[in-house]
Write a protein that binds this ligand. Sequence first.
Ligand SMILES: Nc1ncnc2c1ncn2[C@@H]1O[C@H](COP(=O)(O)OP(=O)(O)O)[C@@H](O)[C@H]1O
Ligand SMILES: [Mg+2]
Length: 241
Amino acid sequence: MLEIENLKVVAEGKEILKGVNLKIKEGEVHAIFGPNGSGKSTLLAAIMGLPSYKITEGRIIFRGKDITGLPVWERAKLGIGLAFQSPPEVSVRLDKLLERIKKGEIEKYVDALNMRNYLERNINAGFSGGERKRGEILQLAAQKPDLMLLDEPESGVDMENIYVISKVINELLEKEKRIKERKKAAIVITHTGYILDFVSASIAHIMMDGKIVCSGPPADVMRNIKKNGYEKCVECMEVEE
Ligand SMILES: Nc1ncnc2c1ncn2[C@@H]1O[C@H](COP(=O)(O)OP(=O)(O)O)[C@@H](O)[C@H]1O
Ligand SMILES: [Mg+2]
């Protein structure tokens, strides 16, 4: 579904991604761990095509099509959707936006995500952290993307609502189907890995200083981070180089 080759990205004149390679198949969920500032959000921004991130080298192929130079709205139309780490306020009513992007069935998700009381408000205006995150997932539910980019979906969300958003994410990922029949995929950035208790991941990666330095089964990767911290990853990188 997605193939990223040697991706290098610059923002504000600074190189942030320094050669990322990643392949995602239909039905897969990839988790990304990594210290603050390592470039995780930048990777999602580059896949989505957010304008302040300049791709200087490498390619992004989505379903066989080179999307490296496409604007964000074309990528959205092709089926890529992003839930922001820190969703901004937008001077548009939430229900008006949902009406415009509506592809999927939205009513049941409004209730599932407890967002009924927020529809007539401007997007994220005065929303708490958790409400913003639920609003992001609701917007994704309306868009029904084939590839979901979830940037720390559980951060700032209370336990009960982590369960609520996970349930919706699983539905959007067609987790009820057998893995071979699933046509959706996701990248999930997480610090705690807590969301992976509810949304199971196929593989986990560690990003350090603009590169994916390690990949493996999510449980093993998490155990390693907890035991050794990210410093060991640096040593490991030094051995490789
Ligand atoms: N739009 C931007 N302009 C300038 N610098 C940026 C921008 N976005 C990210 N950065 C910088 O790039 C680095 C990686 O950021 P980010 O991708 O948000 O990391 P992470 O999500 O892993 O915490 C940080 O040093 C951050 O300050
Ligand atoms: Mg981030």
